[in-house]
Design a protein around this ligand. Structure first.
Ligand SMILES: NC(=O)c1ccc[n+]([C@@H]2O[C@H](COP(=O)([O-])OP(=O)(O)OC[C@H]3O[C@@H](n4cnc5c(N)ncnc54)[C@H](O)[C@@H]3O)[C@@H](O)[C@H]2O)c1
Length: 232
C-alpha cells in the first residue's frame, strides 16, 4: 500500500528510536521523507529543532527536493529525570527549549508550505507522562503538558487552512530515551502496564502514519494514548 505516494513528510529526531521507525514506515508507504536530527547520520539532515534558522534549512531542503510539504512529525525531544526540587532554571530551559519551543517552531515553519498545497497534517509527540503529574521528571512533564495545549490551540487556529494537528501520548517505549530512567523505575513502570511489556517504536509509527493519512481526515485537536493500557 502506498498511502503517501507523492507526499512529503518531515520527521524530526529520526536518527534513532521512534523517529527512525516513523521515517522507515513513511518511506515504505511511498512518501518522500526528510529525516532530521541533531546528530548526523546516514541520510539524516542535521537540524536543531529549537533553532529557527535550522528550520528554514529543513523547509528549503524539502521544497527544493520535493516541491511540497504535506506532513510534519514533531517527534524529537529530550528527557529530564530530575524532580522539581532538583530542577535548576538551566535544566528547565534546556527541556522547554527543545520540547516546547522546538515543536512550536516546526509547526510555524511548515504552515506556509502546507497552506500552499491546500492543507496538511502535523503529529506532535507528547507523552503519557503528561496525563498526570508523573513524579521525578518535572521539566519533562511540564513540556509535554505544554505540547498537549499547543496541539489543541494550533488545531483550532489552523483548521481554516485544512491543516490537522493531533498529539500522541506514548507510554513507555523501548528506546534509548526510556533507558535513561533508573532501572528500578523501569521495573516499576513495567509492572504497572496491563500488557506487561513496553511498546515498540514500530507500534508508535503505525499510529503516527494513520493520523498523518487521509483516513484520519476528520481528526484534529485529538490526543491518543498508546501505552498498553498503562493510563487506562
Ligand atoms: N521512549 C519513551 O518511553 C517515550 C515515551 C513518551 C514519549 N516519548 C517521546 O517520544 C519522542 C521520541 O523519543 P524516543 O523514545 O525515540 O527517544 P530517542 O532519545 O531515542 O530519540 C529522540 C531523538 O531526538 C533527537 N533530538 C534531541 N534533541 C534534538 C533537537 N534539538 N533537534 C533535533 N533532534 C533532536 C535525538 O538526537 C534522538 O535521535 C520524544 O519526543 C520523547 O519525549 C518517548
Amino acid at each position: 500500500m502506498a498511502r503517501f505516494s507523492g507526499k512529503t513528510v518531515i520527521v524530526t529526531g529520526a536518527a534513532r528510536g521512534q523517529g527512525a521507525a516513523e521515517a522507515a514506515l513513511f518511506r515504505a508507504e511511498g512518501a518522500n521523507v526528510v529525516a532530521t536530527d541533531i546528530f548526523a547520520g546516514g541520510g539524516i539532515l542535521v537540524h536543531d529543532i529549537a533553532d529557527e534558522v535550522s528550520w528554514q534549512r529543513v523547509v528549503d531542503n524539502a521544497l527544493t527536493r520535493f516541491g511540497r510539504i504535506d506532513v510534519l512529525v514533531n517527534n524529537a525531544g529530550v528527557l529530564s529525570t530530575k524532580p522539581f526540587e532538583a530542577t535548576e532554571p538551566i535544566e528547565f530551559d534546556r527541556v522547554m527549549r527543545v520540547n516546547q519551543r522546538g515543536t512550536f517552531l516546526g509547526m510555524r515553519a511548515v504552515m506556509g508550505p502546507m497552506r500552499e498545497v491546500g492543507g496538511g497534517a502535523i503529529v506532535i509527540t507528547s507523552s503519557g507522562a503528561a496525563l498526570t503529574g508523573t513524579p521525578g521528571m518535572f521539566a519533562y512533564v511540564a513540556s509535554k503538558w505544554a505540547l498537549r495545549g499547543m496541539s489543541k490551540a494550533a488545531a483550532r487556529d489552523l483548521a481554516q487552512y485544512k491543516i490537522r494537528v493531533n498529539a500522541i501520548l506514548p507510554g513507555i517505549i523501548d528506546t534509548a530515551m526510556a533507558a535513561e530512567n533508573p532501572p528500578e523505575s523501569l521495573a516499576l513502570f513495567k509492572s504497572l502496564i496491563p500488557f506487561g511489556r513496553f511498546g515498540t517504536p514500530d507500534e508508535i509509527a503505525q499510529l503516527v502514519a494513520f493520523l498523518a493519512s487521509d483516513e484520519a481526515r476528520y481528526i484534529t485537536g485529538a490526543e491518543f494514548a498508546i501505552d498498553g493500557g498503562l493510563n487506562a
